[in-house]
Design a protein around this ligand. Structure first.
Ligand SMILES: *[C@@H]1O[C@H](CO)[C@@H](O)[C@H](O)[C@H]1NC(C)=O
Ligand SMILES: *[C@@H]1O[C@H](CO)[C@@H](O)[C@H](O)[C@H]1NC(C)=O
Ligand SMILES: *[C@@H]1O[C@H](CO)[C@@H](O)[C@H](O)[C@H]1NC(C)=O
Ligand SMILES: CC(=O)N[C@H]1CO[C@H](CO)[C@@H](O)[C@@H]1O
Length: 287
């Protein structure tokens, strides 16, 4: 009886503490707890319906870059803006005073060189420490998406190939179907989202992972794990040596998730509307 009373006391007294600690906490994979914290409201001149196409962090400077659809009155239908995560007041838009309309919707970062590759309606450009847009390649080609891993990989409009730039030439890496988005892993597996869903490809081997063609994005964390998401769900892509044994593993639910990436500490950054949140692993096992 006495023991029960003590037990009751402990439960009643400690329970509110635990729930208070875990108000913003979610459990993932039945094991790891993450805390979610608000970071910042992104200040770009968004449209009424906020569309952020891609986010990526320049690790050396901890600056978040994001491509988005600007207000209808803007002459461009895609733009790229940035905000320094260590100093929210340092923000701006990737702007080229010489060419007012680039429609940069595609971009990726060469982290070793702190160089950003930009793709738009008229080829590939770069943006580096000088914060100046410089022409790079493929004048006259519309660039739909690009990815950097040792080399620059791109997809052009009206072209169902992924091509890689080696020196002055572009070589075809894969030709399969119109591709909306792709990433390449450390082991050179291409994860791509095409008109028929999500696929994995390595050399001659291509695996159809999901018939859902509406995943909103693909991103790779600092450990090389690929994530994808749509509407309310984040998935991890568990890539096996035998590609056909790979699968999509539900990671967690985030309501109205739009864009997602990882910061230089491997925390998840995601947006809901214009609000940017950080999701970080916590030692707590209660959530
Ligand atoms: C989480 O735990 C539940 C209940 O024990 C179990 O049914 C489920 O398979 C577990 N999920 C994972 C991802 O381990
Ligand atoms: C930068 O920050 C200022 C002050 O918060 C804001 O008025 C402006 O819209 C921001 N610009 C961008 C591109 O985020
Ligand atoms: C790969 O996995 C599939 C499905 O489990 C299996 O049918 C196939 O034999 C495996 N291939 C190799 C080379 O092990
Ligand atoms: C010639 C041709 O097929 N042009 C198309 C290229 O792709 C854009 C959009 O990605 C279309 O609007 C063009 O009609």
């Amino acid at each position: 009886m006495m023991l029960l009373a003590v037990l009751m006391y402990v439960i009643v007294i400690t329970a509110p503490d635990i729930s208070a600690e875990c108000t913003n906490c979610i459990r993932v994979d039945n094991a790891t707890c993450y805390t979610i914290s608000f970071v910042h409201n992104l200040q770009a001149n968004f449209r009424e319906k906020i569309v952020i196409k891609k986010m990526a962090v320049l690790y050396a400077d901890n600056i978040l870059y994001y491509s988005y659809e600007p207000a209808i009155s803007d002459p461009e239908y895609y733009k790229i803006a940035y905000v320094n995560l260590d100093n929210i007041d340092e923000n701006g838009t990737v702007h080229d005073p010489n060419t007012p309309v680039h429609n940069f919707g595609a971009f990726d970062i060469d982290q070793d060189k702190s160089l950003i590759y930009l793709g738009g309606r008229d080829g590939i450009f770069t943006y580096g420490a000088s914060k100046k847009v410089a022409w790079y390649s493929s004048l006259g080609d519309e660039i739909l998406t690009l990815f950097f891993k040792d080399n620059l990989y791109i997809v052009k409009a009206n072209d169902s190939r992924i091509i890689v730039k080696k020196g002055d030439t572009f070589n075809s890496v894969m030709e399969y179907m119109p591709i909306k988005n792709f990433v390449i892993t450390k082991e050179n597996v291409i994860v791509f989202l095409g008109t028929y869903g999500l696929f994995l490809s390595r050399k001659e081997d291509t695996v159809w992972l999901s018939k859902n063609a509406f995943f909103r994005g693909l991103t790779v964390d600092l450990d090389g794990v690929v994530y994808t998401w749509w509407i309310d769900e984040i998935y991890k892509i568990d890539i096996k040596k035998n590609l056909s044994e790979s699968r999509l593993v539900k990671f967690t639910n985030i309501h109205h998730l739009v864009a997602m990436t990882f910061d230089n500490n491997n925390n998840i950054l995601f947006t809901v509307g214009k609000s940017l949140f950080k999701m970080a692993i916590t030692n707590s096992t209660e959530c």
